[in-house]
Design a protein around this ligand. Structure first.
Ligand SMILES: C[S@@+](CC[C@H](N)C(=O)[O-])C[C@H]1O[C@@H](n2cnc3c(N)ncnc32)[C@H](O)[C@@H]1O
Length: 245
């Protein structure tokens, strides 16, 4: 059945669409070596919260791309509100047809599917081409805790065994693609709570306002709850800071 509740509605009161805390973003920016005069390419930027934070804290300039028009409009309005519009710009763009013409000090890939950039290995190679010398990639990837993954997890997530790698498999992939790890942050239960709580409240309000989508809103909350509940046991979301070797 087609979804009647849009992603814009689901994330209406969310700033970041990932179980990643401001503390982790701060630590990642610091580890990556962010400073004024340096630049960030934010792929699948959503509402732009991570790169707006880096621009505010470290003075980096930002170019962000996302398919969602309303997210891009929100991100640009937020940049203006923060007096960052001279340094920070967000654009509407499908990453599946994105041709990067410039190079940047940092590439952020937070919550995007690497298949949009041709698959895991090709995406990592493309990131390298997008980087200036001494640059770094900041990326999140979901990882299985162990294999085989229990069927109830695949049922709840709509995934298959090869949808994600395990943590050691992901580290091997990075190494084989020519990256070293500067940092690796596994989302905590609190990070998950900060991510899912605004969605629960938003879905509850939506169900009251539009009773015809109440069942769908409840199902959406249930799927976010399953993701949070299964974290730490069957899967994790991990943020990496990677540097080409
Ligand atoms: C999980 S969210 C992450 C957003 C943001 N990076 C963050 O951490 O808050 C994934 C984002 O990818 C965007 N997206 C989905 N398909 C896309 C595509 N083909 N090209 C560009 N962006 C896409 C969505 O609109 C959404 O904002």
């Amino acid at each position: 059945m087609a979804m009647r509740v849009s992603y814009e509605e689901i994330f209406r009161n969310s700033d970041i669409f990932n179980p990643v805390s401001q503390q982790t973003l701060l630590a990642a920016g610091k580890l990556a070596g962010m400073s004024p005069e340096k630049s960030v390419l934010d792929l699948g930027c959503g509402k732009g919260f991570p790169s707006l934070l880096w621009a505010s804290l470290f003075g980096v300039s930002v170019e962000g791309y996302d398919l969602g028009e309303s997210y891009v409009a929100y991100a640009n309005a937020r940049a203006k509100l923060l007096n960052l519009e001279d340094k920070v710009r967000f654009f509407c763009q499908d990453l599946q047809t994105f041709h990067c013409t410039g190079t940047y000090d940092f590439v952020a890939s937070l919550g995007i599917e690497l298949s949009w950039l041709g698959g895991r290995t090709q995406a990592l190679n493309r990131f390298k081409d997008m980087l200036k010398p001494d640059g770094a990639v900041i990326l999140t990837e979901p990882v299985w805790r162990q294999r085989p993954v229990p069927p109830q997890v695949h049922k709840a997530f709509g995934t298959k065994e090869d949808s994600f790698l395990t943590l050691p498999e992901t580290q091997k992939l990075f190494h084989e693609a020519g990256f070293e790890e500067l940092g690796c942050f596994v989302s905590s239960k609190q990070d998950w709570e900060l991510y899912v709580r605004p969605v629960f409240v938003t879905m509850q309000k939506l169900a009251q306002k539009r009773p015809e989508v109440a069942n769908e809103a409840q199902a959406i909350s249930n799927s976010f709850k399953a993701e949070a509940d299964f974290s730490g046991e069957h899967w994790d979301v991990v943020l990496w800071v990677l540097k080409p070797i």
